[in-house]
Structures are given as C-alpha cells and as structure tokens.
Design a protein around this ligand. Structure first.
Ligand code: KIV
Ligand code: ZN
Length: 385
C-alpha cells in the first residue's frame, strides 16, 4: 500500500521572498487558485504580520481557496500569532505555522538566548496558536544544524503542546542526503510521541541538495514536503515541487505518492515564471525547455527507436505536448530523415548522404536548424538537381 505524502506549497511565502519576484494581490489570488486545482494539500499564503499587503493577501487567499488548507507564518511572538489568526479567519481549513531558531548558532546569535528558554518560547507559541486554530505547525528553524538531542527534546515538547506538524527546515541548505536521513530516522526513533504529529521536510538548495534531502527525509519517515513551483526561494531556492512529485511518481517502488495532478505542472511552472518575472533555466528538471529535448545523434536515434531509451517519464504526464528533437550539427541521419518525413519530404537511400552533408554545412553555420530552414534547404537541393 502506497502512503500519502502531503504537499505544502510555499511559493507564495518563501518563494515570494526572492528579490524582484513580488506579486500583487490579483496575481497571488490567481496562483493560489491554480495551486488549489493542482492538488496541493497546504498553501502557505504569506507572513501576515510582515506588512498590511501580506495580511490582505493571506486573507484573500483564505477566502478563495476551496480545498487546500491555508497557512500563515509567524514567529514565536504573540502579536504575530494574533495577526495570523485574524488573516486566516475566512479559511475553510486554517493552519498557523509558528516557530523559532533551533540551532545553537541561531539561539546564540539571533536570540541571544539558551536552549531551555527557546524550548519554552516554542511551547508557549504552539499553545497560544492552538487557542485560535486546531491545526498548528511548528518550525524548528535551522534544524539541519541543530544539536540532535535538543531537536528531539524540542520536537517532543511542541507535540505535547499540540503541534500537528513539526517542520525540520534545513534553512541554510547545509545537509547531505544521508545526514538528513539519519536526523529524521533519529527523531522517528527517539521522540516518544512522534506518532502524534507529522514531520515535515523544508529544504533549501544552497548545495543543490534540496530535492535529494527532501526525498531522504521522507524515506526516513517524514510525511510532508515543503516545496515551491520551479524551486524558487531565498538564495539558491527551495525544494522544487515538480521534482519531488515526479520522483515519487517515477519511483513507485518507494511506496509513497502525492495527490498532485501532474499534467498541470508545466502550465503552472510557466505561469509562476511569467508572473514572478523569473525565467526557468533551460536544463531545469521536469519543466525546463530542454527537459524533453534530444539533441545528440546517438540519443536521437535511440529515442526514435523507443522513447523509453532516453525518457523516464512522458512529457504529456507533466503537461508538455511532446518531446523535441533539436536538429544541430550533432544530429544524425535518422533524426534528419524523421524530421524531413514529418515535413513531407521522403528522402530515399540514394539521396540521404548528400542531403545530410548539406544539412551539416548549414548546421555548422546556424547552430539550430528549424523546419523553415529545412524547407529552404530541400528546395535548393531539388533546384540543383
Ligand atoms: O527556511 C526556513 O527555515 C523557513 C522557516 C521560516 C520555515 O523558511
Ligand atoms: Zn525556508
């Protein structure tokens, strides 16, 4: 039996913190509604105390979202929690996400405090948030670098105080996948009341490990992933939603699944990229321009023989119409012949070498040969006969 992984989308909170990516209210409402249709379980709509605009966005999103839980971020500060509770009032399913720094670095250099005081502040925040909403998530900021025994003690205490989810952020993107696995495994085995809450993975991509660390964490027992569309977020970004979702879909052997409608992944990636004015890198996994493009002769030949030779998922599964064969000077005869036949030119065995030589000459000059170029080339070849 496959177990469900809850998808917590933070595109509109951690994602929107990226400089230059700020959205207006209408854009946020539109994206939130699309995320709801995509099938995410929780939408983190913003940080209500941070500005009147953010308060309004959280309130507006809480009003329009039909299915997902709507969540607002707070610090372990009473006023933050009160403001978040107010903004979340219209939500069908509200969640307050409160927390505090858990690593000694944060405890000392952000809070000028000590572990016991921090634990008490976390517990008090959860109890206070619980007086407004049933569903309270606690984040132990910088859990990736926190002392593990203290993290276990903190996790136990906030669950006892009523936290329904405990988020273990790798805030600085520091961990390696085996370390993340070991941390979560330790908590699963050393926190006596861990079965009363869900552990959550919230990874940053500073070393390019965000997706790998997230998968490692859920393999060890976490059941919620905190992700953003296109992996946007602070610095090198957050874990990308599409990467985690498709990893679980491709690796059914892990026995884990999400309820995401994967055919919406590409359209939503484009929408977020355009509204946030943040281009998607061409080689981005799942949704990049080249994710289903084949350009070398060997790959094109293998792909044309059977798509599974070079594709582990279909483009249609993620909402892309079809794979792309890019004709360049690295392409072979098979790909050229295939494309020419799609354009209505059936080049026989006697003509293919000459056609291919002319094609290579052109490809060396213009790098990528498109359909129009091919039609012109074929016309020139016919006229020269
Ligand atoms: O990265 C982080 O630690 C966060 C928390 C505020 C959840 O974004
Ligand atoms: Zn974060």
């Amino acid at each position: 039996m496959s177990e469900k992984i809850y998808v917590f989308d933070t595109t509109l909170r951690d994602g929107e913190q990226v400089p230059g990516c700020q959205l207006n209210l209408d854009e946020k409402l539109m994206i939130a509604q699309e995320l709801d249709k995509l099938g995410v379980d929780i939408i983190e709509a913003g940080f209500p105390i941070s500005s009147p605009g953010d308060f309004k966005s959280v309130e507006g999103i809480a009003r329009v979202v039909q299915n997902a839980t709507v969540c607002g971020l707070t610090r372990s500060v009473k006023k933050d929690i009160e403001v978040a509770a107010e903004a979340l009032k219209p939500a069908r399913k509200p969640r307050i996400h409160t927390g505090i720094g858990a690593s000694d670095i944060h405890i000392l250099h952000k809070f000028n405090s000590n572990r016991d005081e921090i634990l008490q502040r976390g517990v008090d925040a959860v109890k206070y948030a619980k007086s407004f909403v049933e569903d309270v998530e606690f984040y132990a900021e910088d859990a990736g670098r926190a002392d593990l025994e203290f993290l276990a003690r903190l996790t136990e205490a906030v669950i006892k105080a009523g936290a329904t989810v405990v988020n273990l952020p790798d805030t600085t993107g520091y961990l390696l996948p085996h370390q993340m696995y070991d941390r979560v495994d330790y908590l699963m085995n050393n926190v006596p009341n861990v079965d009363k809450a869900i552990l959550s993975m919230h990874c940053h991509n500073d070393l390019g490990m965000a997706t790998a660390n997230t998968i490692a964490g859920i393999r060890a027992g976490a059941r919620q992933v905190e992700v953003t569309i296109n992996g946007i977020g602070e610095r090198a970004g957050n874990t990308s939603l599409e990467e985690v979702v498709m990893t679980l879909k491709v690796h059914k052997d892990l026995g884990l699944h999400t309820d995401i409608n994967t055919e919406m992944l590409y359209p939503l990636s484009q929408l977020v990229s355009k509204t946030m004015r943040m281009p998607v890198q061409a080689n981005k996994a799942i949704v990049g321009r080249n994710a289903f493009a084949h350009s070398s002769g060997i790959h094109q030949d293998g792909f044309l023989k059977h798509s599974q030779n070079y594709e582990i998922m279909t483009p249609q599964e993620v909402g892309i119409n079809k794979s792309d064969i890019v004709l360049t000077a690295r392409s072979g005869r098979h790909a050229l012949k295939h494309r020419l036949s799609l354009l209505g030119f059936n080049v026989g065995k006697d003509k293919i070498d000459e056609t291919y030589d002319q094609f290579l000459e052109l490809a060396d000059k213009i790098k990528e040969v498109n359909d129009k170029d091919l039609v012109v080339l074929m016309k020139q070849l016919t006229e020269a006969e």
